[in-house]
Design a protein around this ligand. Structure first.
Ligand code: DAH
Length: 224
């Protein structure tokens, strides 16, 4: 679909991780992401969203629209337990051009869902809040275990939450030097560890980074 795949630094400036994502100092939403600070201005990135600011800042719109995804590891000051980890993966997506609408976001998410899971899977959007998008949504996919009927995996809703998304907030564009009266678009962020846990029945997220070969061998195509 013409997306560039870009990676960014895990040791990140506070400016990109928070400030330029429309989270000024003392913004209460900073509490949503407990942070490992290395100095006052340098931190372990809590999300791949800073890659939005970094790419927006550099993109030359006279050369065409901006379409990128950015996979990588993020860090949170969480106490490790079977469902929480101080490190996990995210994939950020960003599309900016003239005349991009929420219908484009929905169409993209539907296409992505069909490619990853298959045509029988549907999505639904629920209103939500993220500081860097307005409006913001949380996106659910048909539960792979019961195909929507309702089961223990989906807590009897028929849906599993897989990502956050929304229309990029004008402040994010402005701070990166892009004119929000001309350009706009959508962003999304998904957590592949959760996908993998659900899909393979992994019950402890810590197994992903302990490098126990007995665990890893199960996913080695050569031994299957
Ligand atoms: N950065 C968010 C988080 O870590 C996820 C996210 C939500 C990314 C909405 C986005 C977005 O790009 O539009 O919780």
């Amino acid at each position: 679909m013409g997306y560039e795949v870009l990676t960014g630094p895990e040791v990140e400036e506070e400016k990109y991780n928070f400030e330029m994502m429309n989270l000024p100092k003392d913004h209460p939403a900073r509490d949503m992401q407990d942070t490992f600070y290395l100095t006052n201005d340098i931190l372990m990135r809590t999300q791949t969203s800073p890659m939005q600011a970094r790419t927006l800042e550099k993109h030359d719109f006279s050369q065409g629209p901006l379409k990128m995804i950015s996979p990588g590891i993020v860090y949170r000051r969480d106490t490790d337990d079977p469902t929480h980890s101080h490190q996990f993966h995210q994939v950020e997506g960003l599309v900016i051009d003239e005349h991009i609408t929420m219908a484009d976001l929905k169409g993209t998410l539907i296409t992505m869902t069909h490619e990853i899971f298959g045509d029988k899977f549907d999505i639904r959007l629920r209103p939500s809040y993220f500081p860097f998008t307005e409006p913001s949504v949380e996106v659910d996919v048909t539960c792979f275990n019961c195909m929507g009927k309702g089961c223990d995996v989906c807590k009897h809703t028929g849906w599993i939450e897989v990502l956050g998304a929304g229309m990029v907030h004008p402040n994010v564009l402005k701070m990166a030097g892009v004119d929000p009266d001309v350009y706009g678009g959508f962003a999304f962020g998904l957590g592949p560890d959760r996908f993998a846990m659900l899909q393979y029945g992994v019950t402890d997220i810590r197994d992903f980074y302990l490098n126990d070969v007995r665990f890893l061998n199960q996913f080695d195509k050569r031994s299957n």
